[in-house]
Design a protein around this ligand. Sequence first.
Ligand code: NCD
Ligand code: ZN
Ligand code: ZN
Length: 346
Amino acid sequence: MQQLTITRPDDWHLHLRDGAGMPHVLAHTAEHFGRAIIMPNLTPPVTTLEAALAYRQRILSALPEGNQFQPLMTLYLTESMAPDEIDRAVDSGAIFAAKLYPAGATTNSAAGVKDIKSIYPVLERMQAKGLVLCVHGEVVDADIDIFDREPVFVERTLSTLVRDFPGLRIVAEHITTLEAAQFVEAGPATLAATITPQHLLYNRNQLLVGGVKPHFYCLPILKRESHRQELLRVATSGSNKFFLGTDSAPHPQHLKENACGCAGCYSAHAALELYAEAFDAVGALDKLEAFASHNGPDFYQLPRNSDTVTLMRGETAVPETYPFGEHVVTPLRAGETVAWRYGDAN
Ligand code: NCD
Ligand code: ZN
Ligand code: ZN
């Protein structure tokens, strides 16, 4: 297949950050994607409806003239959030999910949740109001190996949430393991998962063989090849429980190339192209449209986009860096090529 026309995709897990860098990374996503679920892990985190609405306005103001991209805002769950915040959020029509960060699990998660039971009243309200729960699924216990943090979370916490909240729609974000993939696949229709391009394209050798490659360091960390194979299997299986969420997570280059480098890969510059490579490699390009453009809106109970985009086979060069406010960000595939590009009409 040399050319692929699909319904316009959405990104169900995106970090746009804030301030001077935000317009730079927003432009990449907004050029081709219809909507994105905007992650709330700013400093300070987006914990109130007012903060989310103000952030939404800053995003809309930064869009290129005439661009129709819709930011779907989220709230950052804390142990002190009042359940009424959920009612106000849902009634505003601007909030589409709330995000569970186990405290300490990832970038800007310090204000997250230590004891899951402490947010049960908020989760009850989300279940009643139909607000989606997005989850960073890793435990933070010092005695749990970093490569096991997701499977242990699935076993201890995700399975408990699914049992205790049978009516709550839950998205296991950026899944990276066979255990998570199979748990979601076998779970109820209320449970779905996003998968990033890096976890479909790379295993942990990419991060660690021949030297530490900080631009491949993200959380959950890249896993061994057998996990990548299982992620590819479920993503291309035709199951409607798996969909596109890039987790594009820009950090200034100097904070990645650092003795204590930040977690996060930047992929917004070539997001759909990278997924197309991954699907093509297993002969499953015919499954890309459902993954990128149908399953997400269906799960979130939103309409699918009504227009299309076209991808053509053909190498696109990726620069070493992109501007990111007063700094630069190193993208996935920096200085290399991606095997697909958008057609002229898009
Ligand atoms: C994300 C970030 O930088 O905000 N980093 C990452 O490694 N994925 C946070 C997250 O999604 O966990
Ligand atoms: Zn995360
Ligand atoms: Zn993320």
